[in-house]
Design a protein around this ligand. Sequence first.
Ligand SMILES: [Zn+2]
Length: 367
Amino acid sequence: MERIRGYKYRAYPNKEQREFFAKTFGSCRFVYNHYLAKRKAKWEECHDTMSYNDTAKDLANNLKKEHAWLKETDSTALQQSLRHLDNAYNNFFAGTGGYPKFKRKRTDQSYRTTNTNNNIRIEDNAIRLPKAGKVKIVNTRSFEGRIISATVSRTSSGRYYISLQVEEEYEILPNKGGEIGLDAGLTALYTDSENNKIENPRTLSKHEKRIRRLQRELSRKKKGSKNREKARIRLAREHEKVANIRNDFQHKMTYRLANDNQVVCIEDLNVKEMMGNHRLARSISDASWSEFFRKLEYKMGDRGGILIKVPGTYPSSQRCSCCGRQERKVRDLSIRSWTCPECGAKHDRDVNAAVNILIKGLEMLAS
Ligand SMILES: [Zn+2]
């Protein structure tokens, strides 16, 4: 079987390459924003849109002639930028995304380029990229497969990364055949139907405390000063640390779940709806559910397992997992444990919910 997988590497471009990257980031942003404005104006004037081909033609015939400096960058990257814009519009028209937004220098420092005639390849401890040449990387992950594209990005603390999209052959690995239900947590990341509560790593809260302190420090520094820039980088580094810790932890937990189980049942949470409830918002975004499930889904796919989404409307917390009685008063989130008046079973709120999610998921699988 074949699959597409991402491989991300820390990169150490030299001075010339850093300049080339900065120029390419800027050009891609410029092209994106230019055609976003154009498409927006066209829509407002005559309720008509421009296709990817329209914009690509205009880029080659007009914009590049007006702005010669656009020719100094990777031309594939500019086209990819138009593809991004087109995808953003498609998502908007399909109702799966908001109206495309203008890119900003602060937050949008990346470009994507595609592999043609093997012009993107790994050479020892470097990745060869069109026009940039050999960029030094830390070669932490190897693969066998065809590179489809490369995305170069710069974080706000000034670190560089190159992500390769690779098409590779793979064999389905066996799993241990377990069946488990997960209840998405507010304080814990999740509780499973076997009575385990998986907490987020402790180090996260330590770093989050530092983030709050660094934020205060930054706000006290004078605008435009060198010290402010230093404080901004310290803060950005801390944010990146938190993101890395969370990412590693998610990989570890999803790997374990996919290895041990043939069936994993989860609740299909409408995260957006829950985010509206401010009290819950922080912990939900912290647990970063959608990213967790994305990792779980592809890892389970690799091992031939099945991930079942139980509808979010299913009353998993209120139902007694022993006798099936529905106890409405348990809707109150502050009730952490309860006893079923029907059968006398004692329940931990979250474990009971996880067991119900498993029961419902297996029912769905059988029918
Ligand atoms: Zn009961």
